[in-house]
Write a protein that binds this ligand. Sequence first.
Ligand code: CA
Length: 220
Amino acid sequence: MIRVLIVEDEERLRKVLKLYLEKEGFIVEEAEDGEEALEKFSENIYDILVLDVMLPKRDGWSTLRQIRKTSDVPVIMLTARGEEEDKIFGFELGVDDYVVKPASPREIVARIKAILKRVSRKSIEMTEDFVVDKAAREVYIMGEKVELTPKEFDLLLYLYERPNIALSREQILNAVWGYDFFGDLRTVDTHIKNLREKLGDFREYIETVRGVGYKFEVKK
Ligand code: CA
């Protein structure tokens, strides 16, 4: 299932887009401004963001700059005509595509699909020793597939997309299991333990942060 976050303050456009994307089988969440987007982003896993430039509270560029501190999630920017000069920001911030408003939802859906296809191909072609293929939900170590349960994969992905950031067990539990999950923080520990076992030599990527939780440590 592909998860999309739509960040757009124009309610009508947001709702129409949501409807279209859901019809295509995507899971869609909405944010009305930049602050809400950051909040949702820190607590959930998304495969792609559709981000408007002109937003209340915090504009699209500032929002994206914040997101890029922890994640390289694909992003489509919604821009108004005449904002083309801003694309220089976009280049720095790793924007995957632009849609100039007014845009048809059908066009946005097509662009999302194209980007996701590109991203998944890229991760498959990576020759590194540790590969997380988001689209296929598979992990490879030295070319060997690692058998993970769906929750183990979600957990790994959540950590992996936030490298070198200490994440509390509560944060992890809410993001990976959801707020309505009836369980305690030890659930996180148990899954981390299993995940580490399956990762073999790569277990050291997942570090315990005493008194807090865990982090995905990427040596620089
Ligand atoms: Ca707007």
